[in-house]
Design a protein around this ligand. Structure first.
Ligand code: URA
Length: 188
């Protein structure tokens, strides 16, 4: 396992997949490296690619609002993505791109030792919870794997496209808040 500094340095120079050719910036992750709560999205969008920070575009604004509903902010959790470079035109990251990149997230998880991992959307949930995860049926449910509690919320971009999903997400956030209070002691 590498230190945060070693890992970030390696990630910023990564050329393990084709996404390195079109990226402007690697989006390593942001937040509190002592938090036990990790949010994982699928991959950087346009604004994230330009700024090198996850969830800073329109979906990111909504994510900040979602966090504030449950008394959280970026300083109380850590936020990362399955792939660290932007897929062109925001397409889904391909399996081989995810495979090339997942080691960085695994190392981030080893360093953070999160108690709870919140998958933002289907792509993260399929990668981290189960390949056949169905976000519309299973959002908000908690599953334990290797001593970590996993759950998934609708991706903020999906909530921007379809407001009818918002009441479900509000309930999921409230359940998450209760779980965080129960199990996340360090820094939260
Ligand atoms: N969507 C994601 O999944 N991740 C980001 O960082 C931004 C948008």
């Amino acid at each position: 396992m590498e230190t945060w500094e070693e890992l970030e340095e390696k990630c910023l120079h990564c050329d393990r997949c084709e996404l390195c050719r079109t990226r402007h910036n690697v989006v390593f992750g942001v937040g509190n490296r002592s938090s036990r709560l990790l949010f994982v999205g699928e991959g950087p969008g346009e604004q994230e690619d330009l700024q090198g920070v996850p969830f800073v575009g329109p979906a990111g604004k909504l994510l900040d609002d979602m966090l504030s509903i449950i008394d959280l902010d970026r300083e109380k959790c850590y936020i990362a993505n399955i792939v660290k470079c932007r897929p062109p035109r925001n397409r889904d990251p391909q399996p081989q791109e995810q495979d090339a990149c997942i080691g960085f997230l695994e190392n981030q998880i080893a360093l953070l030792q999160p108690k709870i991992i919140v998958c933002l959307g289907r792509i993260a949930a399929m990668r981290l919870i189960r390949p056949d995860f169905k976000i519309s049926r299973e959002h908000g449910q908690f599953t334990e794997k290797g001593g970590i509690l996993f759950t998934a919320l609708y991706h903020p971009s999906a909530l921007l496209r379809d407001e009818s999903k918002r009441p479900d997400t509000f309930s999921d956030l409230k359940a998450l808040q209760a779980k965080v209070r129960e199990v996340c002691t360090r820094t939260l």
